[in-house]
Design a protein around this ligand. Structure first.
Ligand code: TYM
Length: 333
C-alpha cells in the first residue's frame, strides 16, 4: 500500500478551518487505503520560539485534534516529531544537499524573514523546509496530503529525493507526490477573502477556529465579507467572499457547487451565511465533543503517542541507515 506522511505545527491552541478542510479531512479519508503517518511537528514549531509550557500544551492539543478529526491510531501512526530522533539526523544530511540559493527562494521563508528582519530571522527558519523534506523522505513516503501553501516545500522535497538518487544511486530515496485537493487547497480569510485563512492573520475575525464556542463561530460567519452584486455564484476571481463560503459549504455538506448555486437562486447572501454556519457547526459539534474526551484523558493520549513513536521509529531507523550507508558514513557494529 502507498505510504502517506503529513504533519501540522503545534503553533496554536486550535486548528482552523483551513487546516481542517485542506489537510485533516483528507488525512482521514486517505487512511483507508494507505499506510499513513500523521505527525505533530514540534521541532518545526521551535522556529517561532514558543514559550516552553505553551509548546508542550499545544503539542498535546494538536494530537488530540487529529484524533477528534478521525485519525485512527489503530490504522494510522500518530506521533510527535521530536520522539523520533531520526528526523533531525536526516535533516542534517539533506541540508548538505540543499543549495543556499535554493533554500533562499522559498516564498514562505522570504515572507516570514521580511517580517522579522535579518536579526530576528533564525537559521532554523531558513532550514525549515529541509527538516520538512527529512520528515517526508524518512518514511519512503509516496503521497503527501497538504494545502496549496505547502506546494513549493513539496517541490523541494522532490528535488532533494531526486538529487540523492542521482548522487548515491537509484533507490536511495522515494520521490514523493503532493496530494492537493483543488476545491479545498486554499480556504480564505472570512474578512479578507483574497488571503488564505492563517494562524498568523492580523485579526482573528476572519478565522474559524475548530475549538471556538459555537456562538463565536456563528457570528464570524455571519459577518463574513461578501461581494458586490447579489447572485450566489462560485466565481473566485470576481466573487472571492461568496465563493469561499460556497467552497466551505460544499466541502462539509458534500453537495456540489452547481447544486448549491441552483438551490440559492433567488436567495440572498444572508441565507447563504445562515446555512454555512449551520453546516460548519454541525461538523464541529462532534469534533469538539471528541476533543474534550481526548484531552480529558492525558494518560491515554500519551499511550497513543508512545505507541505511534515506536512504530514510526521502526521505519525511520531502516531508512536512515540506508541513507547513512549510501552517503559513506561508517556504521558502528
Ligand atoms: P501548517 O501547520 O501551517 O498547516 C497544516 C496543514 O494545513 C494546511 N493549510 C491550509 N489548507 C487550506 N487552506 C488554508 N487556509 C490552509 N492553511 C493551512 C497546510 O497546507 C498544511 O497541510 N510545513 C507544514 C508542516 C509540515 C509538514 C511536514 C507537512 C512539517 N513537515 C511534512 C507535510 C509533510 C506546515 O507548516 O503546515
Amino acid at each position: 500500500r502507498p505510504r502517506i506522511f503529513s504533519g501540522m505545527q503545534p503553533t496554536s491552541d486550535s486548528l482552523h478551518l483551513g487546516n481542517y478542510l485542506g489537510a485533516l479531512t483528507q488525512w482521514v479519508a486517505l487512511q483507508d487505503d494507505h499506510d499513513a503517518l500523521y505527525c505533530v511537528v514540534d521541532l518545526h514549531a521551535l522556529t517561532v520560539n514558543p514559550d516552553p509550557a505553551v509548546l508542550r500544551e499545544r503539542t498535546r492539543r494538536t494530537a488530540a485534534q487529529y484524533l477528534a478529526g478521525g485519525v485512527d491510531p489503530a490504522r494510522s501512526i500518530l506521533f510527535v516529531q521530536s520522539h523520533v530522533a531520526e528526523h533531525a539526523e536526516l535533516a542534517w544530511v539533506l541540508s548538505c544537499q540543499t543549495g543556499f540559493g535554493e533554500a533562499g527562494r522559498m516564498t514562505q521563508f522570504k515572507d516570514k524573514s521580511a517580517k522579522q528582519g535579518a536579526e530576528g530571522t533564525t537559521v532554523g527558519l531558513f532550514t525549515y523546509p529541509v527538516l520538512m523534506a527529512a520528515d517526508i523522505l524518512l518514511y519512503d513516503t509516496h503521497v503527501v496530503p497538504v494545502g496549496e501553501d505547502q506546494r513549493q516545500h513539496l517541490e523541494l522535497s522532490r528535488n532533494l529525493a531526486q538529487r540523492l538518487n542521482a548522487r548515491f544511486g537509484a533507490g536511495t530515496a522515494v520521490v514523493p507526490e503532493p496530494y492537493i485537493v483543488k476545491e479545498t487547497a486554499k480556504i480564505y480569510d472570512l474578512q479578507e477573502p483574497t488571503a488564505k485563512m492563517s494562524k498568523s492573520a492580523v485579526s482573528p475575525q476572519g478565522i474559524i477556529e475548530l475549538l471556538d464556542a459555537p456562538k463565536v463561530i456563528g457570528k464570524r460567519i455571519r459577518s463574513a465579507v461578501t461581494d458586490a452584486g447579489r447572485e450566489i455564484r462560485y466565481e473566485p476571481a470576481t466573487k472571492p467572499g461568496v465563493s469561499n463560503l460556497l467552497a466551505i459549504h460544499s466541502a462539509l455538506s458534500g453537495r456540489s457547487l452547481t447544486d448549491l448555486e441552483e438551490s440559492y437562486e433567488g436567495k440572498g447572501y444572508g441565507d447563504l451565511k445562515v446555512e454555512v454556519a449551520e453546516v460548519v457547526l454541525e461538523a464541529l459539534r462532534p469534533f469538539q465533543e471528541r476533543f474534550a474526551e481526548y484531552v480529558g484523558d492525558p494518560a491515554e493520549l500519551d499511550r497513543v503517542l508512545a505507541d505511534g513513536a515506536d512504530r514510526a521509529r521502526a521505519i525511520a531507523g531502516t531508512v536512515l541507515e540506508r541513507v547513512y550507508e549510501r552517503v559513506g558514513l561508517v556504521r558502528p557494529r
